[in-house]
Write a protein that binds this ligand. Sequence first.
Ligand SMILES: Cc1cc2nc3c(=O)[nH]c(=O)nc-3n(C[C@H](O)[C@H](O)[C@H](O)COP(=O)(O)OP(=O)(O)OC[C@H]3O[C@@H](n4cnc5c(N)ncnc54)[C@H](O)[C@@H]3O)c2cc1C
Length: 256
Amino acid sequence: MEAHTIDREKFTTAAIIDRTDLTEDLWLIRLQLEETIPFRSGQYVTIGLDVKGSLIERPYSVCSSPLEDHIIDLFLERVPGGELSVPLHACTQGTELVVRKKAKGLFLKNLPLMHGPLLFVATVTGVAPYVSTLRTMVRERQNGTVVEERNVLLLHGASHSEELGYADELAELSRSEDWFTYVPSLSRPWEHPEWAGETGRVDELLRKYADSLGIEPGSGAAYLCGHPGMITHAKEILKRKGLAVNQIHEEQYWPE
Ligand SMILES: Cc1cc2nc3c(=O)[nH]c(=O)nc-3n(C[C@H](O)[C@H](O)[C@H](O)COP(=O)(O)OP(=O)(O)OC[C@H]3O[C@@H](n4cnc5c(N)ncnc54)[C@H](O)[C@@H]3O)c2cc1C
């Protein structure tokens, strides 16, 4: 869809100003927005692209912080046969995308209301809303506007180490901030003999880290994002541990 044919009330445009390919199917992009889109960490933007004359749109969680002006960072996966992710993957630096001006989503909205430690759990691209939240938390600490000091642990799972987008940034944060711990885990460690970190699926590690963090019924909260199978299994484990419904929150990227 040509930029001049879009409804300017609802949409703005954004140019891809940076692209990093992590694997054949996973990549990071930075968008320079024509107009700033107000959003909260944890929300998603709706990205559109003209595919054979039709505007195809999908939601993508924002990785950047709202405190980073005019840019949107996204962590994307090409899904085989996907209507948008396949043509999106073919877009190079300079390509202009269509973006809805209204960011949406309630994930992580209640974070300020939760007391106690926070467990963030993600599969691959599901790390996106946490990257945004952590970037915001760091800036709030720098500005002295933190409401409550609490420990945060991010459990990030993938099959292979190169699929762990933002791992360097998160590992650096884990080293520099005593309130934050980054735990990446590989489910196919035998293909990475050099890997010294956790192994296994994040849902299998959940109980261990929820216990070590001190998440208990009535204290702390767990957030789950990404693969629907991980979310279903993780919820069962957390409910068996006795957590209340309002201590477990999810953002599922596609139907089970
Ligand atoms: C709130 C929300 C936030 C999202 N954030 C991100 C994000 O940050 N990064 C990202 O890459 N995607 C994200 N998604 C998924 C994204 O919106 C699209 O569904 C995805 O890009 C596939 O779109 P498509 O048009 O290529 O595939 P479609 O043609 O729409 O779908 C093809 C099939 O693949 C399934 N599918 C969708 N995603 C996957 C996947 N990752 N693995 C396996 N099967 C899948 C669909 O359910 C469908 O059955 C998010 C989805 C939601 C609901």
